[in-house]
Write a protein of this length. Structure first.
Length: 726
């Protein structure tokens, strides 16, 4: 027996002293050492779950150093025992965050597997962390997405569940998890959002709050997208029904309950803009760093201009109350630098009756005719000109599988032969639809996307009504797109943040405005941008429909501007610009109900736009758009076509701008043709007319779409019919 023992000892010594095994031993030592230094060395004790370092507030300033908002003034956290937290709140949290909380250990293998399956097969992000893991991550670790941090989180989760019971873990979670802003823990959240004790929360309130921890800013009812808070609440209620905590009837009743929120207790200036900035910061730096990292953020906002724009919007909306207009929005940008100078998201952020906390500048709305300049710019790119004539007559476009599309003009009339300049200036619809027919929808979508429209994803989703506002856009995108016209074809990305520094003063990011727009991306030919801007600044080009002294005219200034109203009167826009400012304004209703009595595109948003732009340009010298060298002037007939032979003396000429190479009149023709006319009226025969006809040689123009119009025939004016405004 002794011999056997000695033999085993000798064998072990040989294993230890044998050089062949040394690399293996070194590897083990290296792994153990690395595990200690990278994982265990600085691992906090789970016993510290009840305490944490006081975070520093993140401060957001305007461009001149005026404080807009303290994202985190102090940590607002009040401990309440589990017995004083409503059962609905506990069950809602478990259902949405960790449904197997009481049945698994520190980590949930099934939850992790389910999350991976959702990510791989459904392309949906789903968390797999248990409440214990979330607790140690929020209270003891950072939110960095690294393997090292995840290993620490798992180790601490196991250690915590050795120290604390499940109910203690749930109690600590509900008292320490962040619910947004300064609210840490359910008591602070209940006071912040509803102004009541946590113990008094009902099912609807509990489920709203239970949904916040996953993304407190995104799901906040006070955030940039409060509608997401209700969507998240629905998810929580459905999870509770699945876990049999409540019935479907209880879920529906709670979802339909009108929640009464407490107003911001912390003073906030330019709230829509501030929450927009906060969203951007969190996407870049993470929730924890933004709310606890002591960042100093200098934004592009000019608070004085913001206050001016806000007051202008509010006063005009009050005047429009008789037209069923309850809300308005506006933006001011510097197109040369992309800086957002003002963002007015509604008439009043705190007006709950109109859902004032919804930021309309970020909402998708139909632009009406304000999108037409992009369509005509596409036409200029494709070789058409500001003198290209369109036949503005009754027309229908076939649509396979549905009724033909028959656009009408807002004044109910047809205007014969109309050049592009006057078609755009007066915002006639039929020429715009014809322009899109010639361009092709993919071509317009490509131009709009290049200019900054982000909401038009697939050209197949749209028809010819796209040029009349049939595709939804956001105001922030429209200011970006019109900024391209203002800079001569260069896209300067919008820049709401100028500088961010951390708590130590280290610069995390800084924007240096370009000294010239040419540092942006060229997305439009300069000549195209110039001609569109010149048309939109031409008061004579719009005088037929808007009059000589409309709100679109800024006295002693050169300003390009376009209006837009949807055919159902739900959205009314005015967007205009100089080389130094882009100003967009909108009026309507957040609930999407139509306005009433707005008989013109210049009686809704235009007065708001006019007052803001006038204030911006006060005491400033005019800034006419500079004509590029490849744009020339030629004399054209004011009537929209060139006469034949001896009739040239009837042509009253005017100057028009052309991009070199496009000045020949190659996209239409005028010729003498034999056509049928009415013997009595000498008007061109109506479609289907069979009596009282004679065949006569008349002067006929054929436009680029192939439509014909008799120039020398009589043209009786049709009776106007009610139609959409421009």
């Amino acid at each position: 027996m002794k011999k056997i023992i000695k033999k085993k000892i000798r064998k072990k010594k040989n294993l230890i002293t044998n050089p062949k095994f040394w690399p293996f031993y070194f590897l083990i030592i290296a792994i153990a050492t690395s595990f200690y230094f990278f994982i265990l060395k600085d691992l906090p004790s789970p016993s510290k779950l009840s305490s944490s370092e006081t975070p520093q507030s993140t401060k957001i300033y305007d461009r001149n150093g005026k404080l807009l908002f303290d994202i985190y003034r102090e940590k607002d956290s009040t401990f309440v025992p589990l017995s004083e937290i409503p059962k609905d709140m506990q069950e809602a949290t478990i259902a949405i965050e960790d449904r197997n909380f009481y049945s698994h250990g520190a980590i949930d293998i099934r939850g992790i597997t389910r999350a991976l399956y959702s990510i791989v097969f459904h392309k949906q992000i789903q968390g797999g962390s248990t409440l214990t893991q979330q607790l140690v991550k929020n209270s003891l670790l950072t939110s960095e997405q690294t393997i090292t941090r995840k290993i620490k989180e798992i180790i601490l989760a196991y250690a915590s569940e050795l120290l604390y019971s499940k109910n203690q873990v749930l109690e600590m979670y509900l008292n320490q998890t962040p619910y947004g802003g300064t609210a840490y823990g359910i008591e602070a959240a209940s006071q912040t959002y509803f102004g009541k004790r946590a113990k008094d929360l009902d099912l609807a309130e509990s489920t709203l709050l239970a949904g916040l921890p996953e993304a407190p800013t995104a799901y906040s009812p006070f955030g940039a997208h409060p509608e997401l808070a209700k969507a998240r609440q629905r998810q929580v209620l459905e999870a509770m029904v699945e876990e049999k905590y409540i019935s479907s009837g209880q879920a529906d009743k709670a979802y339909n309950e009108t929640l009464v929120y407490k107003r911001f207790s912390n003073e906030i200036k330019a709230p829509h803009f501030v929450l927009y900035i906060k969203d951007l910061l969190i996407k870049k730096y993470g929730e924890k760093k933004v709310e606890e990292g002591g960042l100093k953020v200098i934004t592009s906002l000019d608070l004085d201009l913001q206050n001016m724009a806000q007051a202008t919007v509010s006063s005009h909306i009050d005047e429009l109350s008789g037209f069923h207009v309850s809300n308005g929005a506006s933006m001011i940008t510097n197109p040369k630098t992309g800086e957002i100078l003002a963002m007015v998201g509604s008439k009043d952020y705190f007006d709950e009756k109109i859902d004032g906390n919804v930021n309309v500048t970020l909402a998708e709305r139909q632009p009406g005719s304000s999108i037409k300049p992009v369509n005509y710019a596409t036409g200029l790119i494709n070789g058409y000109t500001a003198a290209t004539p369109f036949i503005d007559e009754k027309i229908c476009f076939p649509q396979p599988g549905s009724r033909p599309y028959c656009p009408v003009n807002y004044d109910g009339k047809f205007h014969g032969v109309v050049q592009m300049r006057y078609a755009l200036g007066n915002s006639f619809n039929i020429p715009a639809v014809k322009m899109l027919k010639l361009n092709g929808i993919p071509s317009l979508v490509a131009t709009a996307t290049a200019m900054g429209i982000t909401t038009w994803k697939n050209p197949d989703n749209y028809g010819l009504s796209l040029t009349l506002g049939g595709g939804e856009v956001t105001m922030i995108d429209m200011t970006q797109a019109f900024g391209v016209f203002a800079t001569g074809g260069y896209k300067i990305n919008l820049q709401p943040i100028l500088k961010v520094t951390d708590r130590t003063g280290k610069v995390l990011e800084q924007y240096t405005p370009p000294k010239s727009p040419i540092f942006g991306k060229k997305v439009l030919p300069t000549g195209v941008s110039f001609i569109i801007s010149d048309i939109l600044a031409d008061n004579n080009a719009r005088i037929l429909e808007f009059g000589a002294g409309s709100e679109l005219k800024i006295v002693d200034q050169v300003v390009s501007v376009k209006t837009g109203t949807t055919n159902d009167f739900r959205d009314n826009w005015t967007i205009g610009y100089t080389p130094s400012y882009v100003v967009a304004s909108w009026v309507g209703n957040n609930d999407n109900t139509p306005m009433s009595g707005l008989v013109s595109g210049i009686t809704g948003a235009a007065p708001i736009w006019h007052d803001i732009m006038s204030e911006l340009l006060k005491n400033r010298s005019p800034e006419p758009t500079q004509r590029p060298s490849n744009v020339i002037q030629k004399v054209v007939c004011s009537s929209g076509y060139q006469s034949l032979g001896d009739q040239k003396d009837q042509c009253q000429g005017r100057f028009e701008y052309f991009i070199k190479g496009t000045e020949p009149f190659a996209n239409y023709k005028v010729a003498n043709e034999k056509i049928w006319v009415d013997k009595n009226t000498q008007a061109q025969a109506a479609p289907g007319q069979t009596e009282n006809l004679e065949l006569k040689e008349m002067q006929v123009i054929t436009d680029a779409t192939g439509d014909k119009y008799c120039l020398s025939c009589a043209h009786p004016s049709p009776s106007p019919t009610p139609t959409p405004t421009p």
